[in-house]
Design a protein around this ligand. Structure first.
Ligand code: ATP
Length: 323
C-alpha cells in the first residue's frame, strides 16, 4: 500500500487533481490517498496557506501529489516552503513536443538554493538579494542529472549558467559540472550561458537533451518550454529528495480559467506518471503515457489551450477510454 498525500490546492489545482486520481484508481496499485489542504482556500479558512499537519503528512508519505495554489502576498509560498521542508532538491521537468521531434529535453533544476533562498535585505534606497550556491548543492544535482541521463538513455548533459557575470557562484557550479562529467565519460557534456540557451531553445532545440541548471534559470527555462509546446498544460514536474517526492504540474492555479471546466489535466496526469516511475511502477506509468499520447496524436479531443473546444471532463474521458 502506497501512502500518498494529495494536495489539490485551489483554482484549477482541484480540477486537474480529480481526473488524475480517477486515472490512478484504474491501475491495480494499492494507494492510500490522504487529502490535505494548502493554498488560498486553506488560508481563507485557517489563516495559513500551509498547515503543519499538511507538511507532516507529506513527510510521512511515500509521495505527494500537488495540484496548484494561488500566491498570497502575506504568506511565504506554500510550494517553496514544502520543497524546503521536505528537502526536495531536484526539480525534474520533461519538455516533449508531440508534433516537433526536435523538442525533447528534460530540465533538471536545483530546487533548494540559488535566488530562492529567501535571503533579501535592505532599506528604502538599496536592496540586495543573495544567491546561495554550495558545493554540496551543485554536486547532488549534477550527479542526479548524469544518473538520470544514464537511466533514460539520454546522450548529453548540458550545464546552463552565467559564469562570465557570476564567476564565483556559477564558477563553483561549472567547475563541479566538469569534475563530475569526467566520471561519466559515456555521456556527452557541454555548457551554455543562460541567455544563449534561451535563444537556442527556440532556434535549435535539438541541441538539448538533459539540461542541469540553478534554481531561477531552471524556473525560467521551464516556462520557455511551455512556450515551445504552446501551453503549460502539458508539462509535468517531479520534486525529489532523498526521502520522498512531490509531483506537480508546472502551471499555476490559472485564476483566469478556474471553475470553468476548461483546464487541461494532462500536466497533472503526467506528473502522476512521474510519481509512478518514482515508486518503480514503470509499466503502469507507460500505460497512462500511451493513453495520453494517443489523445494528443489523434488531435480530436482538445481543451482550449490545445486549440480545441473540449472541456476537462471530455479529455479525461477520452484518456480513460484509451486505458
Ligand atoms: P503561478 O505564478 O502560480 O505560476 P501564473 O499565473 O504565472 O501562476 P498559470 O496559473 O500557470 O501562471 O497560468 C498562465 C497561463 O496559462 C494562464 O493564461 C492560464 O490560463 C494558462 N494555463 C495554465 N495552466 C493551464 C492548464 N492546465 N490548462 C489550460 N490553460 C492553462
Amino acid at each position: 500500500m502506497y501512502k500518498i498525500t494529495v494536495i489539490p490546492g485551489d483554482g484549477i489545482g482541484k480540477e486537474v487533481m480529480k481526473p488524475t486520481l480517477e486515472i490512478l484508481e484504474t491501475t491495480n496499485i494499492s494507494f492510500d490517498f490522504i487529502n490535505k489542504e494548502a493554498g488560498k482556500d486553506c488560508y481563507d479558512k485557517n489563516k495559513t496557506n500551509l498547515p503543519i499537519d499538511t507538511i507532516e503528512s507529506c513527510k510521512n508519505s511515500d509521495a505527494t501529489l500537488f495540484g496548484a495554489v494561488t500566491s498570497i502576498p502575506e504568506q511565504k509560498s506554500a510550494i517553496v516552503t514544502l520543497r524546503k521542508e521536505l528537502d526536495l532538491y531536484i526539480n525534474q521537468r520533461p519538455i516533449k513536443s508531440y508534433s516537433n521531434p526536435n523538442i525533447n529535453f528534460t530540465i533538471i533544476r536545483e530546487n533548494s538554493e540559488g535566488l530562492y533562498s529567501h535571503l533579501e535585505e535592505g532599506n528604502d534606497s538599496e536592496v540586495i538579494a543573495l544567491r546561495k550556491i554550495t558545493n554540496k548543492g551543485c554536486e547532488r544535482i549534477i550527479n542526479y542529472a548524469f544518473n538520470y541521463a544514464k537511466k533514460t538513455n539520454r546522450k548529453k548533459v548540458t550545464a546552463v549558467h552565467k559564469a562570465n557575470v557570476l564567476p564565483i557562484t556559477d564558477g563553483i557550479f561549472k567547475n563541479k559540472f566538469y569534475e563530475i562529467a569526467k566520471n561519466n565519460k559515456n555521456i556527452l557534456s557541454d555548457d551554455y550561458y543562460i541567455d544563449a540557451t534561451a535563444m537556442y531553445l527556440i532556434t535549435n532545440p535539438e541541441k538539448f537533451d538533459v539540461i542541469v541548471t540553478t534554481n531561477l534559470f531552471g524556473d525560467i527555462l521551464s516556462d520557455e518550454g511551455g512556450g515551445l509546446l504552446g501551453t503549460l498544460g502539458l508539462i509535468p514536474s517531479a520534486n525529489i529528495g532523498d526521502k520522498t517526492g512531490l509531483f506537480e504540474p508546472v502551471h499555476g492555479s490559472a485564476p483566469d480559467i478556474a471553475g470553468l471546466n476548461k483546464a487541461n489535466p494532462i500536466a497533472m496526469i503526467l506528473s502522476s506518471c512521474l510519481m509512478l516511475e518514482y515508486i518503480n511502477k514503470q509499466t503502469e506509468a507507460d500505460k497512462i503515457y500511451e493513453a495520453v499520447n494517443k489523445v494528443i496524436k489523434e488531435n480530436k479531443i482538445k481543451t482550449p489551450d490545445l486549440g480545441g473546444n473540449n472541456n476537462t471532463t471530455e479529455i479525461t474521458n477520452e484518456i480513460m477510454h484509451n486505458l
